[in-house]
Write a protein that binds this ligand. Structure first.
Ligand SMILES: C[S@@+](CC[C@H](N)C(=O)[O-])C[C@H]1O[C@@H](n2cnc3c(N)ncnc32)[C@H](O)[C@@H]1O
Length: 862
């Protein structure tokens, strides 16, 4: 009878790792019996069960033999022992059979049938009976040679997939803790990225804003704050020391909602790895601790009988802190000397210089381990190991006190548990879980209509031009006008890197979607939606910089809206433009490279009197800036246009249209763009590059959310554009009048700077921007009467049609870091007919028009 191909395959798999057929056969037979010929179970993870069983078998046999030998051993024979032991050590050790690595790219264990990837495993624990050789070198210098993988490039995460032979594993002594990196065969690469501008600014922000500025809750921050390295004598190069926070949370847990607080009276120390010194003080008793640290014995016992285990890593792209194994407790509640920290980084995969790593490991029985590795600078000389409870409490306090964006019952342990649960849940549905769903915690709340985006590229003549145009304007048509009807995240809304795509399909299939992420329907509750704001970056990666959100004042949640980095067209707004309509006089076709290097400014400068609007530093030139400021402060001193039939007034009341109240004839900036011959670095392109300054949304004392700068800004600097939905005035009026009473409506902006060119403007051409439901960071900028530190300037980029333009905010003066950014909405506090009811102004300016009005009305009442 020909051999069963499955048996043959099993033999081959075992042979690949150096196990001979004669050893496989009896064990396989037993397993088949045990599993009632369920081959799948045996074949899983490259015959992991089989390999484990063989090793167990070998181990049992060896123990048996040893016992026999000891029983027959005569006094005086001990002299041979050392020799035998030496021989024993020479013998190849078995590969580790603990947690198997699961790769970040989602590769399943079954998929790894390449022989080089067999028996990928690692242990997070050290069996107590096997002392670990700990290197007495700086952690950063501790290449993983102590647990050599046989790989010459230890520690460099950029290494190519490694071929891990049995020999290389042998040197591990089988049960020693091994860096997952060391055991990863097809290792995920983590390129060492230079600190991006974005990153830098974030770092700057953090250093500048501490300690009085509430910072967003940040795991990475926390790490920095709470951890310090364990100093061992004679260490140098502490900068590169690593820390690892390893946590084990058991899932399922005995009682739902409670952490696993298993009391374990086994031998004491729970540290993942113990230094030589630590081993001396090994009388630490396990205590019921919220963070149950992996216990060697427990894990050994549990894991040897458990099925699928996996370990996945996540590169957090973040500067790191140091390695600590979170928390040991003693019976008396005192910190367990140095047991909570390790002087060995073997457990921790080598992390790229500028990054941290998150690892999640699980077993089929529901046990999930989280390990977070991060790096800090050198600790102070007085560093001591803090108590785990203190760490947790401090972190929780900081999050709750500084951010207040978290639910009041927030706890680090809940967070950890949540992660474990998500891991298990998502893992259980891995076949239909997309990237988006994995990103659920960072979903922006969706509030408005079920919208479908249509890009404007159909209007454009060529593909390349279309491409250039796409990021500028998008168009979407909501199926219903009432934006408040549907409070669910819209499922037809997709967006990718600023390019909105027409998508009727379920976003789960849309791997390009990176802005709005679908939340499984059963999770969509208002609370969930609210909590899904990414407080670390409300732009969700859509801007060049991260924009954090903090609340140091109250427990108010951030408002619900879709973050969009560019304007989006709503329904009827007439936004059809074509490149063909842009004549040569509107484009500097003859220029190339940087228009600023030309002897005579290109055609784009015509708009600003033949001179570029910007200085070579990208700041608005003084003269233009002053004029724009003055226009805002004293509109009556500047040229105003009065429509014959004002679209604004018409939208308020078509029957009896009030006379036009006047529109300023504004100064425009014309930037070069894709139809120009210059390149993207041309000095006449500022607004189109987007936000580059470090900004933060924060809770003000009296005006709700506001926006502030986290860096000093020079006068004339571009801060951000006012981005929202492009509506017609009538649409806006409809929208506002339909919105429930009391609902906050973000102040709309009228794009009326060039109504002067038409005697009578059609309704669909009278445009405005509404950032209530879709907007960018500018929606948080509060109003300040007259002396605001920002001024809006119309900027024409892709269309010479002045009905549509970008409204860009520039600084009116030097602004210090942490100052709130404000602009004058131009509100007429006396205009009771305005679609948006004027608020009671709290700007605090001595020129406040609302104060004047209030005192005026008071005196008129008298
Ligand atoms: C564009 S939003 C600014 C962000 C807003 N504070 C928030 O919490 O979302 C405009 C709204 O902010 C509030 N606001 C802006 N400036 C204000 C001021 N000077 N005084 C009082 N409230 C102000 C008003 O409620 C106004 O309708």
């Amino acid at each position: 009878m020909p051999p069963n191909p499955r048996v043959a395959k099993a033999f081959r798999a075992m042979k690949d790792i150096g196990i001979t057929e004669d050893k496989v056969k009896p064990v396989l037979k037993n397993l088949l019996k045990l599993y009632q010929k369920n081959w799948e179970l045996i074949e899983e993870e490259n015959y992991r069960v089989l390999a484990d069983a063989i090793f167990d078998n070998e181990e049992a046999q060896a123990t048996e033999e040893k016992k026999k030998f000891e029983n027959t051993e005569l006094p005086g024979q001990r002299g041979h022992d050392s020799e035998e032991e030496a021989q024993e050590q020479e013998e190849p050790e078995r590969p580790l059979k603990r947690l198997r690595l699961k790769y970040q790219d989602g590769q399943t264990s079954q998929a790894r049938d390449n022989s080089s990837s067999r028996l990928v495993g690692t242990s997070l624990v050290i069996p107590k009976d096997e002392p670990v050789e700990l290197p007495e070198v700086p952690i950063g210098n501790m290449s993983q040679s102590k647990v050599s993988t046989g790989h010459p490039n230890n520690g460099d995460m950029r290494t190519e997939p490694q071929n891990l032979s049995r020999q290389s594993l042998d040197r591990n002594k089988g049960k020693q803790p091994v860096s997952p990196k060391g055991l990863m065969i097809q290792e995920k690469s983590y390129p060492v990225e230079p600190i991006s501008a974005r990153h830098k600014s974030q770092l700057n922000v953090q250093s500048r804003t501490e300690p009085d500025v509430p910072q967003p809750m940040h795991l990475r921050n926390k790490g920095k704050e709470t951890s310090s390295p364990q100093i061992t004598s004679g260490r140098k190069n502490m900068d590169s020391e690593r820390a690892s926070l390893a946590v084990r949370i058991q899932e399922p847990i005995p009682e739902r909602g409670m952490m696993s607080l298993s009391k374990n009276n086994n031998t004491g120390n729970q540290a993942l790895i113990k230094s030589k010194e630590e081993r001396v003080a090994d009388d630490v008793h396990q205590f019921e601790a919220p963070l149950a640290v992996i216990h060697p014995e427990t894990l050994n016992a549990e894991r040897s009988s458990k099925g699928n285990s996996s370990l996945m890593e996540h590169d957090c792209e973040e500067p790191l802190t140091l390695k600590s194994t979170a928390g040991q407790h003693t019976n008396n509640g005192a910190p367990a000397s140095s047991s909570g920290f390790e002087s060995n980084n073997d457990l921790v995969p080598k992390v790229p210089e500028q990054s941290s790593q998150l690892q999640i490991a699980s077993s089929s029985s529901g046990e999930v381990n989280i390990s977070f590795t991060f790096k800090v600078g050198p600790p102070g000389p007085t560093f001591h190991v803090p108590h785990l409870d203190d760490i947790i409490k401090t972190v929780e306090d900081r999050c709750l006190m500084s951010d207040k964006l978290l639910p009041a019952n927030f706890s680090v342990m809940k967070l950890m548990k949540e992660m474990c649960q998500c891991f298990v849940e998502l893992g259980s549905n891995s076949c239909n879980v997309s990237k988006e769903t994995r990103e659920v915690p960072f979903v922006a709340p969706s509030v408005a209509e079920d919208a479908t985006f249509n890009t404007v590229n159909e209007l454009l003549p060529t593909e390349s031009e279309a491409e250039a145009c796409l990021p500028q304007v998008v168009h979407f048509e909501p199926p219903c006008n009432d934006v408040n009807e549907n409070e669910e995240p819209d499922k037809n809304f997709t967006q990718s890197n600023g390019v909105h795509e027409d998508s009727q399909q379920n976003g789960l299939d849309d791997s390009n979607s990176n802005s709005l992420v679908l939340v499984p329907e059963n999770q969509v509750t208002p609370d969930v939606i609210r909590s899904l704001h990414d407080v670390f970056d409300i732009s969700k990666g859509q801007e060049r910089v991260t924009i954090s959100l903090v609340n140091g004042i109250n427990g108010v949640y951030p408002p619900s809206f879709h973050y969009i980095p560019q304007n989006a067209v709503f329904q009827n707004a007439y936004m059809n433009f074509s490149l063909a309509r842009i004549g040569d006089d509107n484009c500097c076709l003859t220029c190339s490279g940087d228009c600023f290097s030309l002897s005579t400014p290109c055609a784009c400068a015509h708009e600003t009197g033949g001179e570029f609007a910007y200085t070579s530093e990208g700041l608005v030139k003084k003269e233009l800036l002053e004029e724009c400021i003055s226009m805002n402060r004293d509109p009556e001193k500047h040229c105003q246009f009065f429509c014959k039939e004002c679209p604004l007034e018409r939208s308020k009341n078509e029957d009896i249209t009030e006379p036009c109240k006047g529109h300023l004839v504004r100064k425009f900036i014309k930037e070069c763009w894709s139809k120009c011959g210059c390149n993207k670095q041309c000095g006449n392109r500022v607004v189109q590059r987007g936000i580059t300054r470090s900004l933060q949304v924060f809770m003000t004392e009296k005006k709700g959310w506001g926006l502030r700068t986290l860096e000093d800004l020079p006068k004339g600097a571009f801060v951000c554009e006012y981005v929202g939905e492009i509506l017609t005035n009538s649409e806006l009026f409809d929208r506002v009048s339909k919105s429930p009473k009391g609902e906050e409506h973000s102040y709309p902006v009228l794009l009326d700077a060039d109504w002067v060119t038409e005697g009578v403007l059609k309704d669909e051409e009278a445009l405005c921007l509404d950032a209530t439901y879709y907007g960018n960071v500018a929606r948080f900028i509060n109003h300040r009467c007259s002396d605001s530190n920002l001024v809006e300037i119309p900027v024409e980029i892709e269309t010479p049609d002045h009905h549509y333009y970008h409204l860009a905010f520039f600084t009116t003066r030097k602004i210090k870091a942490m100052e709130e950014l404000t602009w004058d909405y131009g509100i007429d506090f006396d205009d009771i007919d305005h679609p948006v009811k004027a608020f009671s102004c709290q700007c605090g300016s001595r020129y406040c028009r609302n104060i004047k009005r209030t005192s005026r009305s008071r005196s008129s009442r008298r």
